[in-house]
Design a protein around this ligand. Structure first.
Ligand SMILES: [Zn+2]
Length: 1026
């Protein structure tokens, strides 16, 4: 792809009937020996939420598609149909009786109905995180396997707005051989079409051997609808969408209507159609042609089934008796098509046909002119943030539930509520899965649909938090038989509560007294964590003891209810907590007399540029010069006029890095197409937001943490810069926290701009794909500004030969590097206009939105090779950046005690692992397998097996891994040596989504996970109770 961006001129010449292409001609003699084999592929694209909510779409449209599908396919064995979204399909399955289920199974067996992809949804590929992408695919595949016994073989992704190579990797690891994509930049389609490269082996950038290759078919034209599917001329293809016959629901905008096929016109109609087929076939190397026949929510009436299938059948019959037309037409599915491609290439299924290899991704997407779909990288950032919060709750809940369940079974803890929790998990998997839909996390649904998604996510967050709190309690109890689950009373509180889908969480306050109150901390990562934690308490005079009973250093910060108003009933206490891998630590906090604890420090607070009338005159301060905060490793300096960062000093390296932070804004174009939920169409470059008076600034300094709060008089309401004095990795970066509230603006986009002294030549920068891999980007003058904006689901960096500056992000947003040394992240956008892609409204439901970043500056040490042989332009985060990101998105869970007294004894530290997993291994999931979904008795009875998904990070070891609490060993794991008390009975290596068994592993043998690889293992636990 890098090559294509360099070589392609991105011009937009009118190509005639195929506007974005060229006039296609062909020589009919090419089919003299072998006919053109055409597969007509009926399908229906059903969005699980967009203009209607998921359930409304189901009740009003999708259900009708399924209901008509069964009898209409049964009517004629030659008919075929494909379907993709398991979220809808499973709803229907639960409603139908056994005889209908049997009929569906039969249609699948006969190959008339094919389930493609089989994910919970057709995921967005720009904003989604690989945890959720994989999880929704596992959920769909597990559901299919448990109910229909079906294993999908081909991926079908016609509507997401640009494509990530992460999805290609995921499908490949799920043992798919083929996939199809559609929404790719029109100019790149044309470029690939010219080279007959619309079918290619999609290879991961880091793959040297081709082991990740998957055959990918890219559709050539503007859209996946029927007018843009049969050939280059939409006004002709439209006449072959028989649902557009007069008196039906749809029309042809080209003013040439379809005509029903009769004995009289069939010859003329067939000739018109196959001319389009033959032209389209010129764009591909094989003489097999794929022609989708469908659109959004199609085939919902018996009439449509009859119109499409009967009219086409007449043409199929005609072609069968007219061999001189050299075309063979049949109904087919995606797998039928690919099977024919392999056959005509004389290779086995899953082999390598005569196609080129391509690496990279397909961002940013433009469907016409300069209409780049780079706005949706940021649209509805509140919910993009909520997505990551749900994800870390789900991942943590999966891991602790599996651990706790194994302990419960081993310890005969009959009161462990395994079915209740399994239900929480299954619902959360599905709610999170639903939100990965390409109108969910993208922020491109109608306002009330966004509310529906938000409510589902928040309900799951609250359930999962309760699950994690209970499992932490259970695992901390010494005698587990004594554990008793009471749904209405708990020993430990949640540290924060979310009241509604659109509000920020409210912190729980621990009522401290002279009796030490326990506070549990849970660490869902597979290495020990030493992190600074914060607990809200009712007194400033306290004593914190660690699990061994030692009093440790604590810092008390006041609790501000407003810029300058302090609530003297609440305080924040910060201290350094140490929690073992997948373990729980119990700290205690008690109230002491004033000055009785020499290790408890009250932080020093200074307020500058106060405007408050109440403040005592003598406290009003103005900065005379720039100011700073520091910890053991870093010193951050701020401007005296703007109170924003100007530089970061690295104490280890004794280097000062220019780091100028500014807030900037884009306005939308005044004429022509406007920015909307999908599109970003700015009126030129962003302008720096200037303010008349220096902003109110609050500085808090203490031995544990120091922070600067800037109350920017603009849409960036609060900007917090925090330095943690931690020996862990959180001490190595600068934490940034903003609350953006753009509700007083319209047609504006707010960004944070960071100007550094890094010389990233050619404006090359790196952004991640789904948090899984980094992709090299370059800012081109030949492209408009909005084309140079890319998704940043997790991080971006720029570097020169000495230094790398990484911005790590806790939420997915759009980013760019428009000038050398400069990075920009768009934080929110509020838009009055619809951008003409079907949504029918702007984006105006903004709310106060949190966003969290980390700035990490690293100095390159020698030109060490990266952990994978580094081909040109391949980028990897450092190991520290990986850990910093994992810590940012999954903070320790903190559970302060409730007022109920605890009748059982708690262990100070619960440590389930024999030793930490190596530093470069990430435990992506430890997911208890669900029982048969369509059995009411077994539905939420968890199985004794779990999917352990392990990944080895690909990392750049040119940057030293500082402050990590684990060791590297080249990605080695021995299953017998992971868990301390849980006995693992059997481990099998599986395909990614557990559809296929690979091999049974010897528990004592060390296995190794290769860099970048994600491997799934099915673990069966020994249990005394089964
Ligand atoms: Zn869609």
């Amino acid at each position: 792809m890098i090559d294509i961006f360099e070589k392609n001129s991105f011009d937009n010449i009118d190509g005639g009937v195929w506007k974005q292409g060229w006039p296609i001609t062909y020589d009919d003699s090419q089919w003299n020996n072998r006919k053109l084999k055409v597969f007509l592929i009926p399908h229906s694209h059903t969005d699980p939420g967009w203009l209607k909510t998921f359930l409304d779409y189901y009740r009003q449209q999708t259900k009708l598609i399924f209901e008509n599908m069964v009898p209409k396919l049964e009517e004629d064995g030659r008919r075929k149909f494909m379907y993709a979204e398991m979220s809808f399909f499973s709803l229907w399955w639960d409603e139908i009786d056994d005889s209908k289920k049997a009929r569906v199974k039969k249609l699948i067996q006969k190959g008339q109905l094919e389930i493609i992809t089989g994910g919970w949804v057709m995921t967005d590929e720009a904003n989604s995180h690989y945890f959720a992408m994989i999880d929704q695919l596992i959920e769909g595949h597990q559901w299919l396997n448990g109910t229909l016994g079906v294993k999908p073989k081909a991926g079908w992704s016609i509507d997401p707005f640009g494509y990530s190579s992460t999805m290609a990797y995921i499908l490949r690891e799920a043992d798919f051989s083929n996939m199809l994509i559609q929404r790719v930049h029109y100019s790149i389609k044309k470029y690939l079409a010219k080279e007959k490269s619309l079918e290619f082996m999609w290879r991961q950038q880091w793959d040297q051997e081709g082991s990740t290759d998957i055959l990918c078919h890219l559709m050539p034209f503007y859209s996946y609808d029927a007018p843009h599917s049969c050939g280059p001329d939409p006004k002709i293809c439209c006449q072959f969408d028989f649902m557009r016959l007069p008196n039906n629901k749809y029309r042809c905008p080209w003013k040439l209507n379809p005509v029903a096929i009769t004995d009289n016109n069939v010859g003329e109609r067939v000739n018109l159609l196959i001319d389009q087929y033959k032209k389209k076939a010129q764009l591909y190397r094989s003489d097999v042609l794929l022609v989708p026949l469908g659109d959004d929510f199609r085939y919902d009436t018996p009439t449509e089934w009859d119109l499409q299938f009967n009219n086409y059948q007449k043409m199929i019959d005609y072609l069968n008796v007219h061999p001189e037309l050299k075309t063979e037409l049949q109904f087919g599915t995606l797998s039928d098509y690919f099977a024919a491609v392999y056959e005509r290439n004389n290779v086995d299924e899953g082999g390598r046909p005569q196609v080129p290899t391509l690496s990279g991704d397909f961002f940013s997407y433009a469907d016409r002119e300069d209409n780049y779909w780079s706005g949706y990288y940021t649209s509805r950032p509140f919910y993009k943030h909520l997505d990551r919060v749900t994800e870390y709750h789900l991942r943590s809940a999966e891991v602790i539930f599996t651990t706790a369940l194994a302990y419960a079974k081993n310890n005969m803890a009959a009161n462990f509520p395994s079915a209740t929790f399994m239900q929480y998990l299954v619902e959360a998997r599905r709610n999170l899965g639903l939100f990965q839909h390409h109108d969910g996390i993208t922020g491109t649904s109608k306002e009330f649909v966004v509310v529906d998604y938000g409510k589902r996510l928040v309900q799951s967050i609250n359930n999962l938090k309760r699950l994690i709190a209970e499992c932490s309690t259970f695992l901390s109890i010494k005698d587990k038989v004594k554990y008793d689950f009471k749904p209405k009373s708990h020993f430990f509180n949640l540290d924060e509560i979310r009241d509604d889908h659109d509000s920020l969480p409210i912190k729980t306050v621990l009522e401290v007294s002279k009796e030490p109150s326990p506070v549990l901390m849970y660490n869902s990562l597979s290495h020990k964590r030493i992190n600074i934690v914060k607990v809200y308490v009712t007194s400033p005079y306290i004593e914190v003891t660690d699990p061994s009973g030692n009093v440790i250093v604590s810092q008390i910060d006041p609790f501000f209810t407003d810029k300058e108003v302090i609530d003297d009933r609440k305080y924040k206490v910060s201290f350094i907590a140490e929690v073992p891998a997948l373990g729980v630590s119990c700290y205690h906090i008690k109230q002491v007399e004033e000055n009785a604890n020499p290790l408890n420090y009250l932080s020093v607070v200074t307020v500058y540029h106060s405007t408050s009338q109440q403040t005592d005159e003598k406290h009003i301060k103005y900065f005379l010069e720039e100011f700073s905060i520091e910890n053991d490793y870093l010193k951050v300096t701020f401007s005296k006029s703007t109170s924003l960062i100007t530089s970061i000093y690295d104490k280890d390296e004794e280097v000062e890095h220019q780091t100028k932070v500014e807030f900037v804004e884009y306005t939308t174009r005044r004429t022509g197409d406007k920015s909307g939920a999908y599109l970003f169409l700015p009126e030129g470059e962003a302008k720096v937001m200037l303010y008349r008076l220096p902003p109110l600034t609050r500085i808090i300094r203490g031995p544990i943490a120091s922070e600067v709060n800037v109350f920017v008089p603009s849409s960036v309401q609060v900007h917090v810069v925090r330095l943690l004095n931690s020996p862990g990795s959180d001490g190595r970066s600068v934490d940034i926290y903003n609350i953006v509230d753009i509700r007083n603006e319209i047609d504006k986009e707010i960004a944070v701009r960071v100007t550094t002294d890094i010389n990233n030549e050619d404006r090359i920068f790196y952004t991640d794909l789904n948090g899984y891999q980094m992709s090299r980007r370059k800012t081109y003058d030949k492209l408009p500004l909005q084309a140079n904006v890319y998704p940043m689901p997790a991080m971006m960096y720029i570097e020169d030969d000495k230094t790398r500056f990484t911005i790590i992000s806790a939420q997915s947003l759009g980013c760019s590097s428009l000038k050398t040394g400069v990075m920009e992240v768009i934080m929110d956008r509020r838009l009055a206009h619809d951008d003409n892609r079907g949504l029918g409204e702007g984006v105006k439901d903004n709310k106060a939105t949190p966003n969290k970043f980390r700035f990490l500056i690293e100095k390159r040490k020698a030109n060490k090779p990266v952990s994978i042989q580094k081909p040109t332009d391949l980028g990897f985060p450092s190991l520290l950046a990986h850990h910093s990101y994992a810590h940012l998105i999954s903070p320790l869970f903190i559970f302060p005690k409730t007022s109920d007294s605890i009748p059982v004894i708690l262990t100070p530290t619960f440590t389930p692992l024999i030793q930490d997993l190596p530093c470069e291994i990430y435990l992506l999931n430890l997911r208890t397998m669900q029982n048969k979904d369509d059995s009411p008795d077994l539905k939420f009875v968890p199985k004794n097996t779990a999917a352990m998904i392990l990944q080895q990070y690909g990392f750049d070891c040119g940057y030293p891994a500082k402050s990590l609490t684990c060791n590297t060993n080249g990605g080695q794991v021995t299953f017998a040596k992971i868990f301390k008390d849980i006995v693992v009975k059997e481990v099998k290596s599986m395909s990614l989504t557990l559809m296929y068994e690979r091999e049974k592993l010897d528990l004592e043998t060390q296995i190794s996970i290769k860099p970048m690889e994600i491997n799934t293992f099915r673990i069966t636990f020994q249990s005394t109770s089964n």
